[in-house]
Design a protein around this ligand. Structure first.
Ligand code: HEC
Length: 273
């Protein structure tokens, strides 16, 4: 014989009691038998529903209630969750690039050039600088410093037909030869707003970040170390004022290669050796 679960028995007992108007659970079998559905129906209306507590939970609810909510062994893992989240974010969020040295300073200075030359040096109102263009025009950084310092109009006024490398691949660049507009003078003595350290910084940014000179290559390593690296003695000396564009070739004559005079007055450029 199949056993009827206790809670089902209790439930039917309670139902019967409710149907017959009794509040207690001990309804006699006789009363229960006489309570046919037809007879029970009208009676039900006048009777308050059985108190909820009398209805036991279904098995699965009871099981859920009796079960321990979080297994004890999971507690330690859960407690460590915030620490784990912290470690995760520290590991995943990229580190800020360390801002130091001429190229970093030059990146900030370049924001005043980007309107004409494009954020990446692709050109626009100003000459194309990226994809090797600026380093083709100026194989020597000294010539680029001089041109940016003085600007196109000073070159025209000095009667110079070209700036940068006179034997440039694709032809020497002529002042006002790009679209007829001048490259505005940047140096303080020429009427611009930048000091010499800032001009070196922005030129370093153009050569090494935009134009594609590789600081590790045989061609550019010496220039990069002397002029544009975070340890550049030339940059530090310009910043402190212990050298200037007019004296740099003498002050740093011990370098190999020896610097060409930069100067602040327009002058002809030089070719690649
Ligand atoms: C108002 C627009 C304008 C601004 C701002 C400007 N330039 Fe220029 N730049 C030009 C033009 C135009 C030329 C072409 C010069 C010419 O044809 O005489 C040029 C040329 C150059 C060249 C020579 C490139 C080559 O290969 O011939 C360099 C280097 C340069 N600019 C750097 C800079 C730097 C650095 C700044 C910011 C400090 C700057 N420019 C701001 C318009 C601008």
């Amino acid at each position: 014989m199949t056993e009827i679960p206790e809670h089902l028995l209790n439930r039917s007992k309670a139902r019967r009691a409710a149907a017959s108007g009794e509040s207690t659970g001990d309804a006699s079998p006789a009363v229960a038998a006489s309570a046919t559905p037809a007879a029970a129906a009208p009676a039900k209306k006048n009777v308050a529903p059985a108190p909820k507590a009398a209805v036991p939970d279904p098995v699965y609810v009871a099981a859920a209630k009796n079960r321990r909510k979080i297994p004890f062994w999971a507690m330690s893992a859960l407690a460590l969750l915030p620490i784990w989240a912290l470690i995760y974010f520290v590991a995943v969020v990229p580190e800020e690039k360390v801002v130091e040295g001429p190229t970093a300073i030059g990146t900030a200075v370049y924001s005043s050039c980007a309107g004409c030359h494009g954020a990446n040096g692709a050109g626009g109102a100003g000459q194309v600088l990226y994809e090797g263009n600026a380093i083709k025009t100026f194989p020597h950084i000294e010539d680029m410093l001089n041109f940016v310092y003085a600007g196109s109009q000073k070159y025209v006024a000095a009667g110079l037909a070209t700036y940068g490398d006179p034997n440039r691949e694709g032809g020497a660049h002529k002042p006002l030869g790009y679209n007829g507009n001048p490259m505005p003078q940047q140096g303080e003595k020429a009427g611009g707003g930048l000091n010499e350290a800032q001009i070196l910084a922005v030129v370093c940014h153009i050569r090494y970040d935009l134009a594609g000179a590789d600081p590790k290559s045989e061609e550019w390593a010496a220039e990069y170390e002397a002029w544009c690296s975070p340890d550049s003695e030339i940059y530090k000396a310009l910043e402190s004022g212990s050298t200037s564009f007019d004296t740099i070739d003498k002050d740093f004559s011990m370098l190999d290669p020896k610097p060409i005079a930069v100067g602040t007055e327009p002058r002809l450029g030089t070719s690649r050796k």
